[in-house]
Ligand binder design. Structure first.
Ligand code: ADP
Ligand code: MG
Length: 360
């Protein structure tokens, strides 16, 4: 029986990967602790080192430095199939000549499990991914989303210590992607297994994850819950990679940049006043885009910097292109970020500001 497990912890310590050729390491001295049962996402742009790190955890790529432990056991030099990890890639990689049933049974037969147990476990995961009606089909007779469900079922059927997924939804269209996202979240709840999920899609990361590690040029810039990363980004890169933001470099005395999200910004028509203590700045409306439940208002600030505000349908009029407006926000909703990564353990400018306010 597939039981909700306690999950297994994974500790990455000072891991680097230097490929022959490129001057810069693909993964540069990365440390990260993934808790048992956690849904951890590696998020970052293409080429930032996500796949390389995942591949080192899986055992397909050797480490240039550092170590990887699972439940405290150093697996850095253990062969992939002995690490007991489930892996799903973007391309389905199913056996084309085998039925759905046989594809899923394969890893159990490799492990020489008794026939009755194989049948019971396969039936269980086929139910988990809702493919009961498709057990006898060949992969070519399935849609892309169904094929990826088979890959997920095959990756968890032997109860691996963790499930590693590299952009598993990348080849699907938006509707299927949303559907499978929900399925993956449900699988995680039901299995209680440690999941590591790689994506370059911030929405996917924000929706699915317990915590997100944001990758940039081979390093992790920040690790945190979706809320922490969105509300308290520590660097300009994190602020700009996750969601939209208005960025002001002149407002912070200590040289950080002030970042505020479009939905926290208030537009003032002539007449209404900015509450005391709120930040205020003048702007020109350069674009108004209707988006159903809100208007997105493009703004240009006096220093030429572009930004945006979100005006919910039913609230104030969004204004028109060319309007001069006053923009304000509550400083509690802004973050002050460094424009480069902070050393580990160093507090961010926001934390310093918050601490100074608390001390005052
Ligand atoms: P991501 O998954 O975030 O897109 P990758 O881990 O695939 O990033 O790649 C990180 C960097 O390492 C990139 O600069 C990429 O070109 C380089 N790289 C990846 N695989 C190899 C390889 N086998 N040989 C040389 N360079 C590689
Ligand atoms: Mg990749």
């Amino acid at each position: 029986m597939i039981q909700p497990s306690d999950g297994h912890g994974i500790t990455i310590s000072g891991v680097s990967k230097v490929y022959a050729g490129p001057a810069r390491p693909a993964v540069d001295d990365v440390s990260l602790t993934i808790a048992p049962g956690e849904f951890m996402t590696f998020l970052g742009p293409s080429g930032s080192g996500k796949t390389t790190l995942l591949s080192m955890i899986a055992g397909f790529t050797t480490l240039s430095a550092g170590s990887i432990r699972i439940d405290g056991q150093d697996v850095s030099r253990v062969k992939p199939h002995r690490r007991n990890l489930g892996v799903v890639f973007q391309q389905y990689a199913l056996f084309p000549h085998m039925s759905v049933y046989r594809n899923i049974a394969y890893p159990l037969q490799q492990r020489k499990l008794p026939k009755a147990e194989v049948a019971a476990r396969v039936a269980e995961v086929i139910e988990l991914v809702h493919l009961e009606a498709f057990a006898d089909r060949l992969p070519a007779q399935l849609s892309g989303g169904q094929q990826q469900r088979v890959a997920l079922a095959r990756a968890v059927v032997y109860q691996p210590r963790a499930l590693l997924m590299d952009e598993p939804l990348g080849a699907l269209d938006k509707k299927l992607r949303d559907q499978l996202q929900g399925e993956i979240a449900r699988m995680h709840r039901e299995l209680g297994m440690t999941f590591i999920f790689v994506t370059h899609d911030q929405h996917e990361a924000l929706t699915l994850s317990d915590r997100i590690a944001v990758f940039n040029e081979g390093s992790i810039e920040q690790v945190g819950t979706p809320t922490e990363l969105y509300e308290q980004p520590r660097t300009l890169f994190v602020a700009q990679f996750l969601g939209e933001s208005n960025t002001f470099t002149g407002l912070d005395r200590d040289g950080g940049a002030v970042v505020v999200r479009p939905e926290r910004v208030v537009l003032h028509a002539g007449g209404d006043t900015v509450p005391a203590g709120h930040q205020r700045i003048e702007a020109t409306v350069v674009e108004v885009v209707y988006a159903g439940n809100h208007h997105r208002v493009g703004l240009r600030f006096p220093d030429g910097v572009q930004g945006s505000a979100m005006v919910l349908a039913g609230s104030a009029a969004p204004g028109a292109v060319g309007d001069s407006v006053v923009v304000s926000w509550d400083p509690r909703h802004q973050a002050v970020v460094a424009d480069r990564p902070l050393p580990a353990g160093h507090e961010s400018p926001t934390e310093a500001v918050v601490r100074a306010a608390a001390d005052a």
